[in-house]
Design a protein around this ligand. Structure first.
Ligand SMILES: Nc1nc2c(ncn2[C@@H]2O[C@H](COP(=O)(O)OP(=O)(O)OP(=O)(O)O)[C@@H](O)[C@H]2O)c(=O)[nH]1
Ligand SMILES: [Mg+2]
Length: 212
């Protein structure tokens, strides 16, 4: 009886998939802490679904558990591309609680750094197992070559995942998009300001093209 139910259910699921079209691709938003991943995830979600994904903060490691927004339908040239966006915790090789002491008391700082470390491990695990494409967000005012960026982009390349590099914070005077383009010539680099909403049309064109 159990087997028959299982077979019936799997036929049912397969038929559903056939008629519902392709499953939305799961796009992970990755990058170092404070690059603007959540600001971007919120902007995409607000533009296409009307609500937000999670809190943004100038204090690094604000996002410590991945947050997902499913079935985000992006319309481009009369075509709809459906993606699930996953905002992930910023990845670092070291989380130091003392970094947060100006912003909170010691107990909260220690908790924040412990949660951030777990969040980093979880985000790395998903990158290896569970995403179909990556938006890699960098702060254009910072040096794009770091251990973390090299390591993550290396994993993305070894998995052959489609990837876009977003050069964020172009509203700031010190932003240097060329430095990012020069560091990663093998990838598409898209400048934007997630905070100000600059260049979002090009952002969505690229998202639809790369992940559609
Ligand atoms: N000037 C400027 N600031 C930005 C931009 N995008 C994000 N920020 C700011 O950068 C800070 C970090 O933004 P978040 O979106 O929380 O960054 P995050 O990458 O999600 O950070 P973690 O969750 O800690 O990994 C906040 O103060 C944002 O307001 C941008 O395009 N321009
Ligand atoms: Mg965040």
């Amino acid at each position: 009886m159990g087997v028959i139910t299982e077979i019936r259910d799997s036929i049912f699921r397969a038929t559903n998939r056939l008629f519902a079209g392709p499953e939305p691709k799961r796009i992970g938003i990755y990058g170092p802490p404070n690059a603007g991943k959540t600001t971007l995830a919120n902007r995409i979600a607000r533009d296409w679904t009307g609500d937000a994904v999670g809190p943004e903060s100038h204090v690094p490691h604000e996002t410590r558990r991945a947050r997902r927004k499913e079935n985000v339908e992006i319309e481009r040239d009369g075509r709809t591309v459906t993606i699930d966006i996953v905002d992930t915790p910023g990845v670092t090789t070291k989380v130091d609680y003392e970094e947060f002491l100006d912003e909170m008391d010691e107990e909260d700082a220690i908790r924040r750094s412990r949660e951030a470390t777990e969040g980093v491990a979880e985000a790395m695990h998903w990158l290896r197992e569970d995403v179909d494409g990556v938006i890699y967000v960098l702060d254009s005012t910072k040096d794009p070559i770091s251990q973390v960026n090299t390591m993550l982009i290396g994993i993305i390349e070894s998995r052959d995942l489609p990837v876009l590099i977003f050069a964020n914070k172009t509203d700031l005077e010190e932003a240097n998009v060329k430095r990012i383009a020069d560091a990663y010539p093998q990838h598409e680099v898209v400048p934007l300001s997630a905070l100000e909403g600059q260049n979002m049309d090009t952002v969505y064109d690229n998202v639809a093209e790369e992940f559609g």
